[in-house]
Design a protein around this ligand. Structure first.
Ligand code: G4P
Length: 285
């Protein structure tokens, strides 16, 4: 998983590659994690995209809060960007991509038509940080297993084109577009979802951050899963309560908070607690 020691040389290289290759495409499909649409978005993307038509795919929507995903879609719509909720793992929403892309490309298509360039193959670059689901999405759309799904995010891949049909080709992100830790919260949210290794941050602290969000927005899910109606105000104490509930007690009756933190993060990442979004439209890093 990506660590922090890549920065900034690798980022510069990836950005340069993307800037070069973006000239070859008609549009950009940016994939973000629907649970953390802000933190999973590399903030350099708007600058890289420039005025190319742009579609945002809120992937892993099966794990995200439905209502919040819908709010994100309207947020993007208000900003004149077409956004789609996608679950690239099961394929849900993927079939809508082509028509969304055509809508985003409407004026370009018109221009091509006026120039007599009908039937031209459209090329779309798929952009996104590692582990956001690019390979899964490309596999789903091209219906082949050419884009190998790597379970180690950040594995360098060469330039890869994928044919969807005779009218559409996809280009996988050239190089590795690392996430950017503009704030502590961004780093924490990336680590909580497992987009970056949690070795760089304190596990108990991550679990406490998650508890804060769960307490604010998802108390019902907590009570359903852990059979606890209320959690203490203090997040560390709340972590102890959850650990105790799961019998994670060490000698002297003390709670093994590291085990409890790992349990909570694991259950969140595996969607055991429920569909949770850490960043709503009002989130700012
Ligand atoms: P990348 O190319 O952007 O690096 O991402 P990739 O497609 O390799 O996906 C990273 C992980 O996220 C994979 O899990 C993949 O199955 C999972 N994933 C991708 N899209 C979705 C989605 O919409 N919903 C859910 N729930 N998961 C998604 P993995 O654990 O690395 O592999 P595996 O579980 O497929 O074995």
């Amino acid at each position: 998983m990506p660590d922090l020691n890549w920065f900034p040389g690798h980022m510069t290289k990836a950005k340069r590659k993307i800037a070069e290759q973006i000239k070859l495409v008609d549009a950009v499909a940016e994939i973000v994690d629907a649970r953390i649409p802000v933190s999973s978005r590399n903030p350099d993307i708007p600058e890289l995209i420039g005025d190319k038509p742009h579609i945002v795919l809120l992937n892993k929507c099966d794990m995200a809060d439905k209502e919040k995903t819908a709010q994100w879609i309207s947020y993007y719509k208000d900003n004149k960007i077409i956004a789609l909720a996608v679950d690239a793992k099961s394929g849900k929403g993927v079939s809508e991509f082509k028509s969304a892309a055509m809508s985003a490309l409407e004026s370009r298509l018109k221009m091509y038509e006026e120039k007599g360039m009908t039937g031209r193959t459209l090329r779309i670059m798929v952009l996104g940080i590692p582990n956001v689901g690019k390979s899964s999405f490309i596999n789903r759309l091209s219906g082949k297993s050419k884009a190998k799904v790597e379970n180690r995010p950040g594995v360098t891949r060469g330039n890869q084109w994928f044919t969807v049909d005779k009218h559409l080709e996809l280009l996988d992100t050239p190089g590795v577009l690392w996430p950017k830790f503009d704030s502590q919260t961004v780093g924490e949210h990336l680590a909580i979802t497992g987009a970056v290794t949690d070795r760089i941050l304190d596990t108990e602290l991550l679990a406490m951050r998650l508890i804060e969000i769960l307490k604010a927005d998802y108390m019902q899910l907590i009570s359903d899963r852990y059979r606890i109606c209320e959690l203490p105000e203090d997040s560390y104490e709340a972590l102890c309560v959850l650990g105790k509930r799961r019998g994670m007690v060490i000698r002297g009756g003390e709670v093994d908070t590291l085990r409890a933190a790992n349990m909570l993060l694991e259950e969140f990442r595996n969607s055991k607690i429920g569909r949770i979004t850490l960043e709503g439209v009002d989130f700012s890093a």
